[in-house]
Design a protein. Structure first.
Length: 140
C-alpha cells in the first residue's frame, strides 16, 4: 500500500494538514444590516412591559432547512402570531410581517428582533407600520 507522499489511493480523502493563516486588518462588510438601531436606544417603557404595542419578532427554521416560520409576540400580553414563510430571505419575511400587523397598525409601537439577515428590510416594515425597529445584541 502506498503512503500519502507516494500518491496513495486514499490521498483525495485525507484531511489537509496546511496551516491556517489569520488575516489581520480585514473587516468584511457582507452580512451587516444597514441602518440598524441598537436595543440600547429603545425606550425604557418597552423593557417594563407596561404598554401594549411592543412586539418581538423571530424566525424558526424547519428540519433540514425545509420550511420556515416567523413568530410575532406582544411583550405585555404575550399574544403570538405565527406565519409560514415561503423562504427565509428578507423578501419572504417582509410581506408576512406586514400582512399580520397591518390590521393591528394602531397597536404597533416597536418591533425588536435579533440580527438575522432576514430582517435587512426593516426600514420598509417601519415605514408601512409607522413603528420603530430595534435589534438585540448578537448571542444574547
Amino acid at each position: 500500500m502506498k503512503g500519502q507522499s507516494e500518491g496513495g489511493e486514499f490521498d483525495p480523502y485525507l484531511r489537509s494538514r496546511k496551516k491556517h493563516k489569520k488575516c489581520y486588518g480585514i473587516h468584511d462588510g457582507r452580512g451587516r444590516i444597514p441602518n440598524r438601531v441598537s436595543i440600547d436606544q429603545r425606550p425604557a417603557v418597552v423593557g417594563k412591559r407596561s404598554r401594549t404595542g411592543d412586539w418581538e419578532i423571530d424566525t424558526s427554521i424547519g428540519n433540514n432547512h425545509c420550511g420556515a416560520l416567523v413568530s410575532l409576540a406582544k411583550r405585555k400580553s404575550r399574544l403570538s402570531l405565527i406565519a409560514r414563510l415561503a423562504s427565509k430571505s428578507a423578501g419572504g419575511v417582509k410581506p408576512a410581517v406586514i400582512d399580520w400587523l397591518s390590521p393591528l397598525k394602531a397597536k404597533v409601537c416597536t418591533l425588536t428582533s435579533n440580527q438575522g439577515k432576514e430582517f435587512t428590510e426593516h426600514k420598509s416594515k417601519v415605514k408601512n407600520l409607522e413603528a420603530k425597529f430595534f435589534f438585540a445584541y448578537p448571542y444574547a
